[in-house]
Design a protein around this ligand. Structure first.
Ligand SMILES: [Zn+2]
Length: 331
């Protein structure tokens, strides 16, 4: 069922956030599997590892097994029916038309108390480069209640062939909760002009970069600079490996980029006794590891967390290169 297929621009800034919330509530009434998965989520188990000034959490979430263990090889993707194409959606799914390109869907396999997928109407590959401006508008439109995130084709997306974002409960990720604490601890790691602040995080097991601005044009410009720099250190003809989290508050965007060196750590495909089914995507990079199997949830140690981040984050050398390239804007 498609509702609101020809949405009109509404005068209220919070209209889309309210519509999304209503959609999820309606879907809980009409879709049993979705309702059960949201109910189970409230009983989900969490472990917390303390580090110097920040935390990493692990969530045991059996409903995510399909996503975490998804075969995202090219052959596997080609031979399966795309689960985001409108014709293939479950019959219970209500489709909320968002704009001419995207629809908004309640996610039946949530990680957070509210979780949506915003997917393209057409079957086109996952890419942030062509959709970054859309993401800014989307994160503003949903900003009252939700943060928006993106997983690159080869670093966490389980539908690399079909462009989509996620929207989730705002300020629920450890990196969002601890952001101010982190920047107060390392106040010097900032580049700033009158339009934007860019920060580089290197003391938190994985490298990441934040942009904060109320100016869309400036964000587009710095994003382009970041992507051009990343292209120089990535394989040709592919989008650089990147996860991104966008949060919009008091008319200011806060974007967090996690450049990646690879998708899955060696533990993912280790022999039985040593295997950890952890498949890092933006949520894991943001400080919440998702363990779909209880054995991994119980077994994972602080050293495993350190080791997994070390494998999947960008190298120190490449991070310094990005800092230098973005720094040139501020000279
Ligand atoms: Zn598709």
């Amino acid at each position: 069922m498609i509702i609101n297929d020809k949405p009109e621009r509404n005068s209220s800034a919070d209209w889309w956030a309210e519509q999304s919330r209503k959609l999820l509530e309606d879907q809980k009434q009409s879709w049993q599997l979705l309702n059960e998965n949201y109910q189970n989520l409230s009983a989900t188990k969490i472990r917390t590892f303390e580090f110097d000034g920040f935390e990493i959490k692990v969530q045991f979430n059996p409903a995510r097994i399909k996503s975490s263990s998804a075969d995202v090889s090219e052959d596997a993707i080609k031979s399966r029916k795309c689960f985001l194409c409108l014709d293939n959606l479950p019959k219970e799914q209500t489709v909320l038309g968002y704009n001419k390109n995207f629809v908004l869907l309640a996610n039946p396999y949530p990680i957070f108390p509210e979780h949506f997928t915003i997917s393209k109407k057409n079957h086109t590959p996952q890419t942030l480069i062509g959709n970054f401006a859309e993401m800014l508008v989307l994160s503003r439109d949903l900003g009252k209640y939700y943060s928006v995130f993106y997983n690159g084709q080869k670093c966490g997306s389980s539908a690399p062939d079909h462009m989509h974002f996620h929207a989730i409960t705002k300020n629920a990720m450890p990196v969002e909760i601890e952001f101010d604490k982190m920047i107060n601890k390392f106040p010097k790691e900032v580049l700033r002009n009158e339009k934007i602040e860019v920060r580089f995080f290197e003391e938190h097991l994985r490298y990441f970069i934040s942009f904060e601005s109320r100016d869309k044009g400036e964000l587009l410009y710095v994003f382009k600079t970041l992507i051009n720099a990343l292209r120089k250190i990535s394989p040709p003809h592919e989008e650089p490996l990147i996860n991104m989290l966008a949060n919009y508050q008091e008319n200011i965007w806060r974007l967090i980029f996690f450049p990646r060196s690879k998708h899955r750590p060696k533990q993912f495909s280790a022999d039985d006794g040593n295997q950890l089914l952890i498949s890092p995507a933006v949520v894991d990079m943001s400080g919440l590891f998702i363990a779909p199997r209880e054995e991994d949830f119980l077994k994972i140690t602080k050293d495993d967390v350190i080791d997994i981040y070390k494998q999947v984050t960008i190298t120190k050398e490449y991070f310094e290169f990005l800092r230098k390239k973005i720094g040139e804007i501020f000279i």
